[in-house]
Ligand binder design. Structure first.
Ligand SMILES: CC(C)(COP(=O)(O)OP(=O)(O)OC[C@H]1O[C@@H](n2cnc3c(N)ncnc32)[C@H](O)[C@@H]1OP(=O)(O)O)[C@@H](O)C(=O)NCCC(=O)NCCS
Length: 177
């Protein structure tokens, strides 16, 4: 799918050679150093999981510059479930050398449009560290709202930036809003 200067294609494990250099860049993970991909096998496993999710209709894309084919990021919307409820998890990562050009904004807009078309009843949520201002700026510009620091069983508590209200029983607030 073409989005402005970007080409979005469903991730495949074969993208590992293009995406590992991005995902192993410590500068990308300044807000969560533990998430650096230390070797290509980690990236491959990540891509295998994300590629398998396409069987359910929507998952993450590899982001390339349409003009050159250079991979500059990954992300999109993936179906996540918890406590009998479900949501679209919004994910966006842009290579450090290509940041600040609006690419994440285009990626998130495409993810929101695809998620709303595939299953509009599910909320779209970007789980964001409070000390990740660039990600917060992207979420705000995409029209998402900060619904507070919430429990995130798969990970540590994060800010839930979402396109609608969330059920507090399913996504408990860690601090009062
Ligand atoms: C977050 C990320 C995807 C943004 O990518 P990008 O292509 O540079 O994003 P865009 O160019 O579309 O927009 C960047 C926005 O962040 C803002 N920004 C960048 N650095 C910032 C900072 N240190 N403080 C505040 N705002 C900042 C820019 O001003 C811009 O906002 P604006 O358009 O309202 O001015 C990229 O920084 C990244 O991959 N970070 C690491 C992974 C990550 O945190 N992903 C998000 C969690 S899923």
């Amino acid at each position: 799918m073409r989005v402005g200067p970007l080409e979005l294609t469903a991730v495949t494990p074969d993208d590992v050679d293009e995406l590992w250099p991005l995902l192993s860049d410590e500068r990308l993970w300044a807000h969560e150093p533990d998430s650096v991909h230390p070797d290509p096998s980690v990236t491959r496993a990540y891509l295998e999981r994300a590629a398998a999710r396409w069987d359910a209709g929507l998952s993450y894309w590899t982001v390339r510059l349409a003009a050159t084919g250079e991979a500059v990021g990954s992300g999109g919307a993936q179906h996540h479930t918890r406590g009998g409820a479900d949501h679209w998890n919004l994910n966006y990562r842009i290579a450090v050398d290509h940041q600040g050009r609006g690419y994440a904004g285009l990626l998130v807009a495409a993810a929101l449009a695809a998620a709303h078309e595939a299953a509009p009843e599910r909320p779209c949520v970007a789980w964001i560290d409070a000390h990740n201002p660039a990600s917060i700026a992207v979420a705000r510009r995409a029209g998402l709202r900060d619904l507070g620091l919430r429990d995130n069983p798969a990970d540590r508590p994060r800010l839930a930036w979402a396109d609608r209200e969330l059920d507090d029983a399913v996504y408990p607030l860690v601090e009062p809003r």
